[in-house]
Design a binder for this molecule. Sequence first.
Ligand code: RBF
Ligand code: MG
Length: 311
Amino acid sequence: MHRLFHDQPIPEKLRGAVIALGNFDGFHLGHQAVVNRAIALGFHMRKPVIVATFDPHPVLHFKPDIPPFRLTSLDQRADLFAHAGADAMLVFRFGAELAAMDAPEFVAEVLARRLGASGVVTGDDFSFGKGRSGDVNLLRTLGAQHGITAEAVSQVLIEDERVSSGRIRDLLVAGDPANATRLLTRPFAIEGVVERGDGRGGAELDCPTANVRLGDYQRPAYGIYAVSVRLDDDSEHPGVASLGIRPTFEPPVELLEANLFNFSGDLYGRTIEVGLLHYIRPEWKFDSMEALGERMKQDAIEAKRLMGLAE
Ligand code: RBF
Ligand code: MG
């Protein structure tokens, strides 16, 4: 996937594109509707399609200390946009420059001059420009002055409620990854580089785990999950994972630890993606390693049952 940055020159062949404009964290059903419309418009206008995103997220510029909330990493978004059929990803590096730009300046300077956009598609709740003062109506008016077609796509409803990143975060926090999956159209997946742990899982518990940090991701409910793990060779492996602080041990360390069924091999240093399918139980503090190990075996059985796998 071609990666462009809003403050760098754009290659000639991508000028004049149709731009899907938004943040698209999560790339859920609502985001997909916006991007699909941009792709249809690009097809109709015979123009390339660029999907925008913000990194860092604008909110971090105003509130640098808010707890982690991301549903995807930038790499995951690049991958998702590519599979959706976009020609390139445009990364808005949000900082003082963009924060200070008013709506007319954003359209004139960024969309028209730097990108030479032919069209722009947003969600109907899109806002932009200094203080988020511009809405889709203003985008249409300003766009017309620069020969840019602007379209707003209606929100997507599931069970009479808008699909939004916030709703997905709430489901994850509530320990309901299966419903988050419905809105995302794929499991919420945490991507990270496998770190070396204490070795206890393999040596003492007969349950080796690949350890990954939670980084900028939204923290789902701490607990034990049935998971599907994608490796960097695109292979998928069912497994069981613990996500949390491991209250049995001191000091508490926040980690995602995945045990892959039917896989043996060294994953240290490799990038994996752990998709959360089903919530099994909260984390518990155990009195002995034996009790913990016993329960981990049961968790694996329960995960297999939830995923419809044979014992
Ligand atoms: N650690 C805890 O302190 N409490 C738990 O309830 C707990 N459950 C786990 C369930 C599974 C399926 C796995 C893979 C790990 C779990 N852990 C739990 C983490 C475990 O303590 C850790 O993987 C090993 O100690 C190795 O570091
Ligand atoms: Mg481990």
